[in-house]
Design a protein around this ligand. Sequence first.
Ligand SMILES: NC(=O)c1ccc[n+]([C@@H]2O[C@H](COP(=O)([O-])OP(=O)(O)OC[C@H]3O[C@@H](n4cnc5c(N)ncnc54)[C@H](O)[C@@H]3O)[C@@H](O)[C@H]2O)c1
Length: 379
Amino acid sequence: MEKKKINIGLIGGGFMGRTHSNGYNRIRNFFPDLAYTPVLKAVCFRNESKLKAFAEQWGYESTETDWRKLIERDDIDAVDICTPNDTHAEIAIAAAKAGKMILCEKPLARNLPESKEMVDAIAAAGVKNTVWYNYRRIPAVTLAKNIVASGKLGRIYHYRANFLQDWTINEKLPQGGEGLWRMDAAVAGSGVVGDLLSHCIDTAIWLNGGIQEVSAMTETFVKQRMHQLTGKVEDVHIDDACSFFCRFNNGSLGLFESTRYARGHKALYTFEINGANGSLRWDLHDLNRLEYFDNGDESNLRGWRSIHVTDGEQPYMNKWWVPGLGIGYEHSFVHQVADFLKSLETGEDCGPTFQDAYETQKVCQAVLDSAASRSWKSC
Ligand SMILES: NC(=O)c1ccc[n+]([C@@H]2O[C@H](COP(=O)([O-])OP(=O)(O)OC[C@H]3O[C@@H](n4cnc5c(N)ncnc54)[C@H](O)[C@@H]3O)[C@@H](O)[C@H]2O)c1
C-alpha cells in the first residue's frame, strides 16, 4: 500500500527532540499498517554545529536555525515543538496561522493567558493538534484507563499522585540558560507545578475526570541562585516543591505532591485510585506493571495482583515482542506518534488536544494561585 506522507518539522533537539525523533523512526517498523508515514523533513535549533550532527544521527533531510523559516516552508505539514516553555505559544500560534498541524510539548505554555491564545489560534485555524502528555500511552497506564472506564472500580473515592526528583538540592546549582531553563521562572513559567505536576494532573483528569477546586502550598527552598546568562546572583521564582488537595467533579478527593528535593528519587511518578469495588496503582519505576485490587475476588484469594502488562491483548503490546517481555519509557512517544497518525485516518482527535492541555493548565494556575493566596481556588 502506498503510504501518505506527513512531513515533520521538529523544533528543538534536546531531550524531547530525541524522544520524538526516535518515535517517528520506529513507526515504519512497528506500526506498518498505518496509512500515514512520517518523513523527517527538517530539524531546527540554533546551535549550528550540533544541528548537523543531530540531523545526521536521527535522519532529518534538512536543517534550519530559525523556527520561522521552518514554519514558512511549503514542504512542512506538521510542526513538532520541543523547545523550552517560553517559546511554545509564539511558535504554535505562528504554525497554526500557517495552517500546519501541531504537536506541542507540555506544559502547553508558561501560564493560562498564553495557553488561551494558543487554544484560540488552533480553533481559528482548525488544524490537527496534540500535546505530548506521553504517560497516557504507557500500556499499563492505558490499561488503568480502560479498567476505570469499564466501571470495575465502582464509585471513586480517592486519587493520589506523586512526582518526586532530587536534582536541584545542591544550592550551588545555577539557574537559567541552556540545560537549566527549568530553574528560571521567566522561561519555565513555574517550577514543579508546570514541569511535573502537569503530568500528574493530565493523567488524573484522563482517568478520573475534571478537577473542581484545589488547596495548595508551594515552597522555594533555595531563594537565590547564580543566573547562568547574567552571571549575577538572582532571586529564584520557581516553586521547588508543591503539595495540593483537590476535589474532583465526581466527588472524589485528590492528593498530589511534587518536589525536586526528595533525596534519592530521580523520577518517581506514582498514582493510585481507590474505588468502592477496587483500586489501581502504578509506578513509573516499574512501568510495565499495574497493580489491581478487586474486592469481587473470592475472599480467601483476595489481594493486590501485579499485572505484567506485556500481553498482546493489552494496550499497544501486540505491536512489540512476545508476552512477558517489557518495553520502556521511549515507547510512550512511539505510541503517541502512532495514535496521531491514526487520527489522521479516522478524523478523530488525538488526545490530549490543546483544549485538553488547557484544562490541565487551568488546574496548574489554580494550584499556583491557591498557594500564593493561601486559600481554596476553583479551577
Ligand atoms: N513529555 C515529557 O515527559 C517531557 C519531558 C521533558 C521535557 N518536556 C518538555 O519538552 C520541552 C523541551 O524540554 P527538553 O527537556 O527537551 O529541553 P532541552 O533543554 O533538552 O532542549 C531544548 C531544545 O530547544 C532548543 N531551543 C531553545 N530555544 C529555541 C528557539 N528559540 N528556537 C529553536 N530551538 C530552540 C535548544 O537548542 C534545545 O535543542 C519543554 O517544554 C519541556 O517541558 C516534556
